[in-house]
Design a protein around this ligand. Structure first.
Ligand code: IPD
Ligand code: CA
Ligand code: CA
Ligand code: CA
Length: 285
């Protein structure tokens, strides 16, 4: 309705404000000494800054919207399931690219997505190093620093730049399929494949048309929630690796400027199985 449209527009303004504030906090923290520890595996890093930034974002939002629900990476305790209800829900990644953050590699973002009735309504992603702000609200277009975004319309993989990410799971079987998938796309041949270390910024590059396709197994709902709205509003396509509709909790995604490019990538991929964010049984693609 008009009423809720106005309401979500206001929530998005708040999200922009808090993403900038959080991003500035990350910018400051990058210059300080970092306290690094690991979570599920030795390469699954977390720092004090991850926790502090999430705390800032969620406490600010909760005070303002006490009836809303929150899913945040660092407050989702290890192994806890993420449940998306019909209630207005904020889906937050306080620092996307923690490994980059630890190394001061300049690809780190704050990501804030918002869903109502399990539908994504808006997304805000702030690039902490250069201050670039990506925003989109359902039905209102996608923007980078206020300039309208448009995806690449390329359909032919032989003219494509493809982005992917490898998660923290590094057992031989996972790495093997990861490399096989990459080999398939490189020998197609695509122009190139890039791994920048931030799922959310990679997805923003699909929205802006800087790359043609993205795929990943092992990402989480907070890596994709905000970016999915931004890509769709830029005219792109975000789907499941099976070719079906995106499932936020499935930990897998294919995104592309054109449907043809997305379908091509879908056909090349061999699946890697990850436990779902909501702990539901896994349906193989
Ligand atoms: C990770 C990054 C990384 C991707 C992982 C994500 P985090 O997020 O986006 O590029 O490969 O799957 O979990 O842990 O830095 O927020
Ligand atoms: Ca993490
Ligand atoms: Ca992340
Ligand atoms: Ca994170």
């Amino acid at each position: 309705s008009m009423e809720s449209d106005k309401c979500w527009a206001e929530c998005m303004d708040v999200a922009v404000e808090i993403a900038r504030k959080a991003g500035q906090m990350v910018q400051e923290a990058v210059k300080q000494e970092k306290r690094v520890s690991s979570k599920s595996t030795p390469t699954d890093l977390v720092t004090e800054a991850d926790q502090q930034v999430e705390e800032l974002i969620i406490s600010t939002l909760r005070e303002r919207y006490p009836t809303h629900r929150f899913i945040g990476e660092e407050s989702s305790a290890a192994g806890e399931k993420c449940v998306l209800t019909d209630s207005p829900t904020w889906i937050i990644d306080p620092i996307d690219g923690t490994c980059n953050f630890v190394h001061s590699f300049p690809m780190v973002a704050v990501s804030i997505g918002f869903a109502v009735m399990k539908e994504l309504e808006f997304g805000v992603i702030y690039h902490c190093f250069d201050g670039t702000l990506y925003t989109a609200r359902k039905g209102h277009g996608a923007f980078c620093n206020g300039v309208r975004l448009q995806v690449s319309k390329e359909k032919d993989v032989s003219r494509a730049l493809i982005l992917t990410e490898i998660g923290a799971k590094r057992d031989p079987a996972t790495l093997n399929i990861f490399l096989e998938n990459m080999k398939k796309l490189l020998s197609a041949p695509a122009h190139g494949v890039r791994i920048i270390g931030s799922s959310t910024l990679a997805l923003c590059h699909i929205a802006s048309g800087a790359a043609e396709a993205y795929y990943q197994y092992g990402l989480h709902c907070w890596d994709i929630a905000a970016a999915a709205v931004i890509i769709r509003e830029a005219g792109g396509c975000v789907i499941d690796t099976s070719g079906g509709p995106l499932d936020l909790m499935s930990r897998r995604v294919v995104a592309a400027g054109s449907r043809e490019m997305a379908d091509y990538v879908v056909r090349q991929l061999q699946p890697i199985s990850y436990e779902r964010d909501d702990h539901q049984p896994i349906v193989q693609s």
